[in-house]
Design a binder for this molecule. Structure first.
Ligand code: FES
Length: 112
């Protein structure tokens, strides 16, 4: 009897700066994946999506800062399960260069 592998879609709503709106993507996966792995798959699917994908993937470099479902996090440390829906936006504390890419040299002023 053949193994039946179950894949389910991860739905990602991703901020696109050119449209100033979220764009919907679907990625099939049978396993949980980190937000950074999800972004890598999204970038392979749509090379026009600007995001950082080549980093440590171990929670040490801090280059993967991104906003997931309204929380600023290290994307390599947050898992998304098949069947889940996430919204991905640029990190809220830095100036947006394009889509999810921010300029770490330009922190935004803190709100009072
Ligand atoms: S990829 Fe380095 S901290 Fe996340």
């Amino acid at each position: 009897m053949a193994d039946v592998q179950k894949t389910r879609a991860i739905t990602a709503y991703v901020y696109r700066s050119g449209k100033a709106a979220l764009e919907e993507y679907q990625i099939e996966s049978e396993y949980p994946m980190s937000v950074m792995s999800l972004l890598t798959r999204l970038h392979e699917t749509d090379p026009t999506l600007a995001c950082r994908t080549s980093m440590c993937f171990h929670g040490t470099c801090g280059s993967c800062l991104v906003n997931v479902d309204g929380r600023d996090v290290k994307g390599c440390t947050v898992l998304v399960n098949p069947g889940e829906t996430v919204s991905l936006r640029p990190h809220s504390k830095y100036k947006v260069l394009q889509d999810l890419v921010v300029d770490f040299r330009q922190p935004l002023a803190a709100e009072n």
